[in-house]
Design a protein around this ligand. Sequence first.
Ligand SMILES: *[C@@H]1O[C@H](CO)[C@@H](O)[C@H](O)[C@H]1NC(C)=O
Ligand SMILES: *[C@@H]1O[C@H](CO)[C@@H](O)[C@H](O)[C@H]1NC(C)=O
Ligand SMILES: *[C@@H]1O[C@H](CO)[C@@H](O)[C@H](O)[C@H]1NC(C)=O
Ligand SMILES: *[C@@H]1O[C@H](CO)[C@@H](O)[C@H](O)[C@H]1NC(C)=O
Ligand SMILES: *[C@@H]1O[C@H](CO)[C@@H](O)[C@H](O)[C@H]1NC(C)=O
Ligand SMILES: *[C@@H]1O[C@H](CO)[C@@H](O)[C@H](O)[C@H]1NC(C)=O
Ligand SMILES: *[C@@H]1O[C@H](CO)[C@@H](O)[C@H](O)[C@H]1NC(C)=O
Ligand SMILES: *[C@@H]1O[C@H](CO)[C@@H](O)[C@H](O)[C@H]1NC(C)=O
Ligand SMILES: *[C@@H]1O[C@H](CO)[C@@H](O)[C@H](O)[C@H]1NC(C)=O
Length: 402
Amino acid sequence: MLSKVLLPALAAIGTVSAQSGTCTVSTTTINNQADATALASCRTVQGTVLIAPGAGPSIDISGPSRITGDLRVLDNGVIESFKSNDLTIVGGAFTMQNVTRLSSLDMRSLTEVKTLNWRTLNALDTLSIGPPGLTKADEVTISDTFLSSLDGIDLASVRKMDINNNRRLTEFTTQLGNLSDNLNIQANGLQLQVSMPNLIWIANMTIANVTSFSVPSLAVVNGSARFDSNYFTTFSAPNLTATKSQDISFVGNANLKNISFPVLTQIGGALLIANNTALSELDGFPVLKTVGGAVKLRGNFTSVEFPALNDVKGAFDVSSTADISSSCDDFKKKASTKDGGNGQIQGTFSCTSNNANANSDTGTGTSGTTGGDKPKDAAAGVTINTALLGLAAVAGLAQAFL
Ligand SMILES: *[C@@H]1O[C@H](CO)[C@@H](O)[C@H](O)[C@H]1NC(C)=O
Ligand SMILES: *[C@@H]1O[C@H](CO)[C@@H](O)[C@H](O)[C@H]1NC(C)=O
Ligand SMILES: *[C@@H]1O[C@H](CO)[C@@H](O)[C@H](O)[C@H]1NC(C)=O
Ligand SMILES: *[C@@H]1O[C@H](CO)[C@@H](O)[C@H](O)[C@H]1NC(C)=O
Ligand SMILES: *[C@@H]1O[C@H](CO)[C@@H](O)[C@H](O)[C@H]1NC(C)=O
Ligand SMILES: *[C@@H]1O[C@H](CO)[C@@H](O)[C@H](O)[C@H]1NC(C)=O
Ligand SMILES: *[C@@H]1O[C@H](CO)[C@@H](O)[C@H](O)[C@H]1NC(C)=O
Ligand SMILES: *[C@@H]1O[C@H](CO)[C@@H](O)[C@H](O)[C@H]1NC(C)=O
Ligand SMILES: *[C@@H]1O[C@H](CO)[C@@H](O)[C@H](O)[C@H]1NC(C)=O
């Protein structure tokens, strides 16, 4: 029942159906707790709820269990505590951006949003969501927060997820089973350990600056997988059998000593392994047969082995600071007939030892391909890496993160 006192307030924000508990507003702005309390008798808010820049320091929007539109808190430097005991579903985007004093977020009942978009929440150090927590979302961005844990965000499936610049984040474990567009994890806490025990397939991922990355069940990468500037010493994808299209790359992972893909038979795009200076033996691809693009390997290798490789559509370019001449002799047999081999490698062949500059080339073209090595680019990293094999779709991925 709506109280008499509340009716005028509700009339001000929109039409109210006392019967269904649905309050229709196109957009309602909450300037203070009284405005929030005026919504408390609505079961559903049909429309968008804005928390005004000056609202705070405590706002409690308990009452409605559903907001059909967006819930937005933008450019608010006042609010410290934001709460709802009842909000379960946000039909649109739950956006909080540039909310610099918010330290307490209690959305204990929240389970579903279309989009979660949280950026620049410098004081937010803990979440009180769930149990069960946020289990359904299409797209999640959590950037530049003070969070040390993402407990409370536990999706089974998501289209897109971007976790970046959360400098205190040291652990991210998720039950995620699949991800159909992009996963981006970068520039979080220096000790970030990522664990995705149930991940079976993922479209694309870019993982940078993490200390461990565990994907024991991962079976298929539909798009690309990039690992840049991570701190892990070993990387293993024990169940990965194929990448369907696009590239796998490992660039500038300074501590990486062991890459292991024991059951990987096919890479849809290219394989790039460069400037992982601690990696001396590259022998973690025992059953890899087919590479749909080029193979480019640059590093401090003492041996390079791809015993099952018999079909490389693009160029094959290997170069080491050390002597890998015996590996080169083996690969040479697979070179194109033009280069004196059996033709299993269809593109240009190059394999060189004792190249002092082997690590300085982390992208661009492959040796001997049309146009040859492009000059070194100061803007190394993402851009240069994507230019590597000229795959437009990968460029799209990088752009999405720039
Ligand atoms: C962030 O919000 C504050 C108000 O709290 C505002 O003064 C500032 O301009 C905003 N910053 C940006 C980048 O929009
Ligand atoms: C994605 O994962 C969820 C949760 O594990 C599962 O219910 C769903 O069937 C999966 N979808 C596909 C297409 O594999
Ligand atoms: C990725 O591959 C898996 C396994 O082949 C498949 O079930 C899934 O639908 C694919 N996802 C996309 C987005 O193509
Ligand atoms: C994080 O990774 C990026 C590459 O994506 C790299 O440019 C940057 O230097 C790394 N940061 C640190 C602190 O290692
Ligand atoms: C690895 O793949 C096999 C075969 O598909 C499956 O039976 C096994 O459960 C998977 N292992 C993990 C840890 O997911
Ligand atoms: C992600 O991977 C899919 C293949 O599953 C590809 O079609 C798509 O273009 C990729 N997305 C981006 C943004 O690169
Ligand atoms: C590399 O890692 C794999 C899988 O974790 C392991 O089986 C293998 O023994 C390691 N190789 C070396 C040389 O440590
Ligand atoms: C990699 O090789 C370069 C050039 O020979 C050398 O300066 C560097 O110390 C090596 N790094 C490691 C970790 O072996
Ligand atoms: C190679 O990696 C080291 C860090 O391990 C970095 O300092 C250097 O700039 C990288 N070189 C290139 C060409 O990316």
